[in-house]
Design a protein around this ligand. Sequence first.
Ligand code: PFF
Length: 449
Amino acid sequence: MHHSHNRATLGGKLSAVLVAAGSSVGLGNIWRFPYVAGDNGGGAFLVIYILCVLLLGLPLMLAEFSVGRATHRNAVGAYRALDKRWSFLGYNGVLAAFLILGFYFVVSGWTAEYMVHSVTGSLAKYTTAQEYQSIFENFIQNPWRPVLYTLLFVLATHFVIALGVQKGIERSAKVLMPLLFVILIALAIHSLLMPGGGEGFRFFFQPDFSKVTPSTLLVALGQAFFSLSIGIGTMVTYASYFKPETNLRHTALNVTILDTLVAILAGVVIFPAVFSVGIEPTSGPSLVFITLPSIFNGMPLSMVWSSVFFLLLVVAALTSTISLHEVITAYCHEEWHMSRRAAAWTTTAATALLGIMASLSVGILNGWKLFGLNLFDLLDYLTANIMLPVGGLFTCLFVGWKLDQQVLKDQITNHGALKFRIYRTFIFLLRYLCPIVMLLVFLDNLGVF
Ligand code: PFF
């Protein structure tokens, strides 16, 4: 099957960056990053995180871009086309995309509900952080409301995917990404001007390495891969729609910078707020849902600020759920020979089901645990801390050692049209540094040392 002839391609130069950044920038940056950083020592985590992004994440993103554009296939088809024995990497990706969507849709649903409550003013009724904590807990444990919002989000994602690569994915990224940046910068300025936030800045920017343990490294690595959307074939899938003249190196660099900038800005928005309302920065996944409404509440125009903040989360989430959905849709379409429409509906139905289960698992089904975790936490842990890093490790090994180096060079230099002065450094990172570091981090966490 050669689908590459009638496959969609993305338009202009900016499209590749916006679409890939749309995938990278998401709840991982604004919801997950701050609480993971809060749990793992704040500033010290930030330093380790940035090192992971630059030394491991960036080369991997470039590697995934190359695999995608060299083959013009979905994640499974791409690895299979290059070497049959490595198609498991594609399967790991499709499965991980499915599992991530399971909990990601749930959090996306929470953000949508909070946006609605902000707009209608019902979120402004409470005063203390404790009250916000209990309304958040009540809300996520409600048996049907979060499920409804999860389904709403699933349908919104489906709608964009059904419009196709150019009219759906590309167009939505071109509108939503600029919107996201404008909102985030406005919120960051707002936060900088807020009284009493200095402690938050100190927590976020002053590294205290006494909090760093081997598990911090794994968490930082997992967070970096999750945030950049690498290790599971999302960037392979998106790059399969890139044009031959797209500069992969610039695209990867720009996406990485934008993604990291958004995570840092999200920290700047959130930590001062956390400290000024006296919530523990280690309060976990509920962090942004409790601290921000309570901080906004004490301010003039509180409804506007909280509506805008939750709109930011909705937008960020949507461009990411689209990319995860596309990984599975493209796979079903090309490998199972379904029409794109049927592939999209299959993906939607399957992820909706998993999403409903995950949503209920933080409420009425909370007693159902595996390895001590409910389904929601299990999906998060399994993907971010295991499947993404393992996918990343094998991607490095494949692209660094197995793939014909000419294929890689052709992709990165656009068949010799572009220069790549640090090619040797890149190959060194991919062949030696990335796999060794990842392996050590893993073994250490398994208690081998
Ligand atoms: N990068 C997204 C975020 O930070 O929210 C989440 C994500 C999207 C992870 C796509 C993995 C992926 F393939």
